[in-house]
Design a protein around this ligand. Sequence first.
Ligand SMILES: [Zn+2]
Length: 320
Amino acid sequence: MPVQTQCILSVKSPLGPPIEILKHIFPAQSNKPRVSFVTGLHGDELEGLYICHRLMQYLKELETTHPNAIQGEINIYPAVNPQALENSTRLWPFFSVDINRTFGPGQSPSLAVETSQALLDDLQSSSDIAIDFHSSNLHLMELPQIRIIKDFEKKLLPLAKKTNVDLIWVHPNADIFESTLGFNLNRAKIPTLVIETGICHRIHQDMGDQIFNGMLNLLHYTGTLNITPPSEKTKEPKQVQPDQVAMVQASHSGLFIKQVEVGQILKKGDKLGKLIDPVTGNVLEEITTSCSGLLFTLREHPLTHKGSPLVRIAKNLSEQ
Ligand SMILES: [Zn+2]
């Protein structure tokens, strides 16, 4: 049976056709783990849309070339916040609501909460494992990474290691996470990886392709796909705890002129960039790193205030 498309929620719109959340179902040949991919909770984050596009293309082709390859159902939710996507905004446009803060118990009723509940229910009923793709905000560029809440580490770490990301960051829980999709699926005992990559409003194909290969590797590892992934070896992600992450912040307001790129391996004392005063032309600060390690977050938006994050570095083991 080829891929089927299902509408999991339809909301009437005052203008034109209803707004629909769609899901593509690649039916399984047996009962191996069902894996779901979700993207577009934030409407200005486009990197996951590209990854899902590649997955759908690959799986559709597989249905013709290797009809027995899909051993566990694969669900792709390619744009779960269509109103925000249409407007290219992070937030649900009508009430400026962050949909990824409306999941779980204790939410006051609203259309946004109804939508997120429908999505959560659908994912819970059709997934054994889920992946939720995100990009960074306007300011910071992120190397492909997975952030894991400590409570879920045991289940998630073995899966995260298969995804070809550069970094896995294990951090303690905080209230802010409890209304996210990822937290609520994990709490419902559906292991869910939240992947963060790139920057909003952009698509970095190289990073998207890297994660696409990681997703095929993961699907092979879980037995969901029974054919060997086409790509070569996957990366061994660097694993860090919060005390192994160094953040460099701006100590002046100004323009940040970067002299590094994400993914670079830094040595203590390396130049990161400079802060300039565009009005006087003066250099306010030459910024160097006080530790060695992997540069995984970098400020792309040059305008800074005192305290603005500039880079994050996963420190080398020898310096921890
Ligand atoms: Zn996001």
